[in-house]
Design a protein around this ligand. Structure first.
Ligand code: ATP
Length: 340
């Protein structure tokens, strides 16, 4: 007699092995004087190898916290209260020693945080900081490392020699963001997290940096997670999309499918709010209301209830789970089939 739970566990395991990152049941809380903020709740997320995933949601929805949690880099007052993060189907990032995690961050996982602009060392030239990074990760051929850094900087449209000789205050915001992208790639990490990495760039520079990210992704078969407020950027760059609302994923799937046929009223609202996507500037409608206050939102009921144009009474009583609508497309809404 076959044991279905064993079969399921085995197939789940095989699926997870194809994933560069497979995170389950991630919960993160920030302790504040006025109470705990449950910033990320029960999130499952997979990043298939060699794919670009866009993560989008309003400010404060927990996107950056999720990325930090995946890297086990949440700092006080934040705390990961549960979860597991398998890297290439093995090594749970949340269980490794801090030394092993530090080695993985940088060498296997590259990242550019929103704060990249301020995360460079103000007292060391960029070139020296690349050498510091190389030494910290036991890179033997530091000359080759600098050569590769220069190549990346040139591809990113910068004067490499000048940048290497500069301190951060000598670089503009946009230049610092490009330098951040170079740092995330220079150790040849296969997995790269880019958190709002192109927001300080003007439209044209943003388009060219996105093009370079796309090229590098193809060349090196990188797995990229890209966090943005800008659904246009995500539509342009990512194959998969995760829609984040108030600490939870409310819709996910192939980007083309989700944007062509959004199911969650929040996703529909995001799309309507963007003139670029809706095609007609006058037709763009800003999303009404604001996301729930973490300190006061009720545990039961849909998180989007107060803002939802298609809510019913039952949406107030219980929380919809993220369920498959078709293929990889999942949505957390009781009213998936409602017309609006
Ligand atoms: N250090 C902190 N202390 C207390 N609360 C925090 C801290 N960092 C984040 N939070 C709270 O956690 C929630 C999620 O924040 P997070 O920065 O992850 O959101 P986000 O979606 O990345 O926002 P943004 O797009 O503005 O960067 C927010 O309500 C925020 O106020």
């Amino acid at each position: 007699m076959s044991d279905t739970s064993t079969v399921n566990t085995e197939s789940t395991f095989k699926e997870q092995q194809k994933m560069a990152i497979s995170a389950r049941n991630i919960n993160v809380v920030y302790a504040t004087p006025t109470g705990d903020i449950p910033a990320v709740r029960n999130v499952d997320i997979d990043l298939p190898r060699g794919s670009i995933t866009g993560i989008i949601g309003e400010s404060g929805s927990g996107k950056s916290t999720l990325i930090m949690a995946i890297m086990n880099a949440v700092t006080k007052p934040g705390k990961i209260t549960s979860g597991s993060v398998l890297l290439n189907g093995e090594n749970d990032m949340l269980q490794l020693s801090s030394e092993k995690q530090r080695k993985i961050r940088g060498k296997e996982i590259g990242f550019v945080f929103q704060a990249a602009q301020n995360s460079l060392n103000p007292l060391r030239r960029i070139g020296q900081q690349i050498l510091d990074l190389g030494r910290a990760h036991e890179v033997h051929d530091l000359r080759a490392l600098i050569k590769y850094a220069k190549e990346l900087l040139i591809r990113l449209g910068l004067d490499a020699d000048r940048v290497l000789a500069s301190f951060q205050h000598e670089l503009s915001g946009g230049m610092r963001q490009r330098v951040g992208i170079m740092f995330s790639l220079v150790l040849n990490a296969n997995i790269v997290f880019l958190d709002e990495s192109t927001t300080a760039l003007d439209m044209l520079s943003q388009a060219s940096v996105l093009e370079i990210i796309r090229e590098l992704q193809k060349e090196k078969n990188l797995t990229i997670a890209f966090v943005s407020h800008d659904i246009g950027v995500i539509a342009d760059l990512s194959e998969r999309i995760e829609i984040f609302y108030a600490g939870e994923i409310v819709e996910e799937g192939k980007t083309s499918e989700v944007l062509a046929s959004p199911k969650h009223p929040y996703t529909k609202g995001l799309i309507k709010a963007i003139p670029k996507i809706s095609g007609d500037i006058d037709a763009a409608e800003p999303l009404k209301g604001s996301s729930p206050d973490y300190r006061t939102f009720k545990q039961e009921g849909c998180l989007f209830y107060d803002r939802c144009p298609i809510r019913t009474d039952s949406c107030r009583d219980s929380r919809p789970e993220l369920n498959i609508t078709s293929g990889y497309h999942k949505v957390a809404c009781f009213r998936v089939d409602a017309n609006d």
